[in-house]
Design a protein around this ligand. Structure first.
Ligand code: UDP
Ligand code: MG
Length: 150
């Protein structure tokens, strides 16, 4: 049993398509909880920092243009093994390879617009949460018996 926090971000298409509630609901139903939540437009520099590991990739500028082109929902999600669990619920990076039942499998068609970002490791989660939230914005609170979930 390892209670973890992870960072997730709904990309601008989710706002355009008005499916924010549907996506967040999947994490809640799984037994994870929202520890921080914000709607914002992120500055280019912050987006470039966030995706720094990809700065030399051919898709980098298209990705940054897309993610800074409209509002995003930034979140911290917490719960048992939240980092790997959230990644599994999101599915494979390329929507064409993402299994049906996953968010990317069910809602996406194009890799740049693959609906959601989620941290891929404890190190990324710590770095990304710090990049997008102040310490006091991340809230621990009881939500009842969660022992049967996840
Ligand atoms: N991406 C892209 N083209 C690619 C690979 C990735 O546009 O060939 C985008 C995609 O939106 C992805 C993001 O870059 O979510 C970050 O890529 P990464 O390999 O870290 O995938 P993720 O961790 O999001 O699954
Ligand atoms: Mg990644």
């Amino acid at each position: 049993m390892a209670n973890e926090k992870t960072y997730a971000m709904l990309k601008p298409g989710v706002l355009e398509r008005k499916i924010v509630g549907e996506i967040i609901s999947r994490f809640e139903k799984k037994g994870l909880r929202i520890a921080a939540l914000k709607l914002r437009k992120i500055p280019r520099e912050l987006c470039e920092q966030h995706y720094a590991e990809h700065k030399d990739k051919p898709f980098f500028s298209e990705l940054v243009n897309y993610v800074t082109g409209g509002p995003v929902v930034t979140m911290v999600i917490s719960g048992e093994e939240a980092i790997s669990t959230v990644r599994k619920i999101c599915g494979a990076t390329k929507p064409a390879e993402a299994a049906p039942g996953t968010i990317r499998g069910d809602y996406g068609a194009v890799v740049t617009k693959n609906v959601i970002h989620a941290s891929d490791s404890p190190e990324s989660a710590a770095r990304e949460i710090k990049l997008f939230f102040e310490t006091e914005e991340v809230i621990d609170y009881p939500t009842g018996d969660e022992t049967y979930l996840v």
